[in-house]
Design a protein around this ligand. Structure first.
Ligand code: ZN
Length: 110
């Protein structure tokens, strides 16, 4: 899994923005198509945030459900995975609208 490098990136961003202040909360936005697992990020977080200003910071996970739009019939619908045909007209001209997000939304410092 690539959660370790992802978690390292979160830590780098947080420490950069905090500018030496103690970090108490980090709000993350994660799309359901990213295959990132909250528990894995939390697991790595507890290890790599040790001895930094972010130790003990609470991670908040906001999950974005995956939505797709069919360019043939113009319907929007929820999806569980990528690469499926439109359930209405069976077109393959399907674009992902949401579900691939991954970013740090906000950081709270003391
Ligand atoms: Zn369609």
């Amino acid at each position: 899994m690539h959660e370790l490098s992802i978690t390292q990136a979160i830590l780098d961003i947080a420490l950069n923005h905090a500018g030496g202040a103690k970090i108490t909360d980090i709000h993350l936005v994660i799309g359901d198509l990213t295959s990132l697992v909250d528990e894995c990020i939390q697991f790595y977080w507890d290890i790599i945030s040790e001895n930094t200003n972010a130790v003990g910071a609470i991670l908040h996970f906001k999950r974005i459900p995956a939505q797709a739009k069919c360019e043939a019939c113009e319907r929007e619908y929820a999806i569980k995975e990528e690469g499926l045909l439109c359930p209405y007209c069976h077109s393959h001209r399907v674009v992902i609208i949401t579900g691939k997000e991954f970013f740090v939304e906000s950081i709270t410092v003391e």
